[in-house]
Design a protein around this ligand. Structure first.
Ligand code: MG
Length: 157
């Protein structure tokens, strides 16, 4: 078996929605990023790539490459999943934590699990998404941005 962990942060900027776990969430700001700023999927991609010792998302989808401008991060996730499968592994489970003071994440968790399960070709019961605030402390607590943590376990198929 292999284990991987990932972490990502994006700052709020202009916009009227954010994308988390592939779900569009209405908000009075957006997330600043070269891609769609989906911190949840970015952390998850890094966990998957980490588990197979393939570097990180920046290596495979560099900011400097215009083809990733505004990119749907599910494309990154599908690519990372394909790499995991090519190496002979399957995903046993995924555990994700979203750190956000605002907006409220809970209502969108089941949709996120559905997208992630589909892209990883696993069951929703293998995907957990949790959300927490930081009780008003730090950049997240000041609603300056959103962070996400990911842990994945892979098993040889
Ligand atoms: Mg990112």
């Amino acid at each position: 078996m292999r284990i991987g962990q990932g972490f990502d942060v994006h700052a709020f900027g202009e916009g009227d929605f954010i994308t988390l776990g592939g779900v569009k969430i209405p908000y009075h700001r957006g997330l600043q990023a070269h891609s769609d700023g989906d911190v949840v999927l970015h952390a998850l991609c890094d966990a998957l790539l980490g588990a197979i010792a393939e570097g990180d998302i920046g290596l495979h989808f560099p900011d400097s490459d215009p083809q990733w401008n505004g990119a749907d991060s599910r494309v990154f996730l599908q690519h990372a999943a394909a790499m995991v499968h090519e190496k002979g592994y399957g995903v046993a489970n995924v555990d994700l934590t979203v750190v956000a003071q605002t907006p409220r994440i809970r209502p969108y968790v089941d949709d996120m699990r559905g997208h992630i399960a589909r892209d990883l070709q696993i069951e929703e019961s293998q995907v957990n998404v949790k959300a927490t605030t930081t009780e008003g402390l730090g950049f997240s607590g000041r609603s300056e941005g959103i962070a996400a943590f990911a842990v994945v376990l892979l098993l040889r198929r």
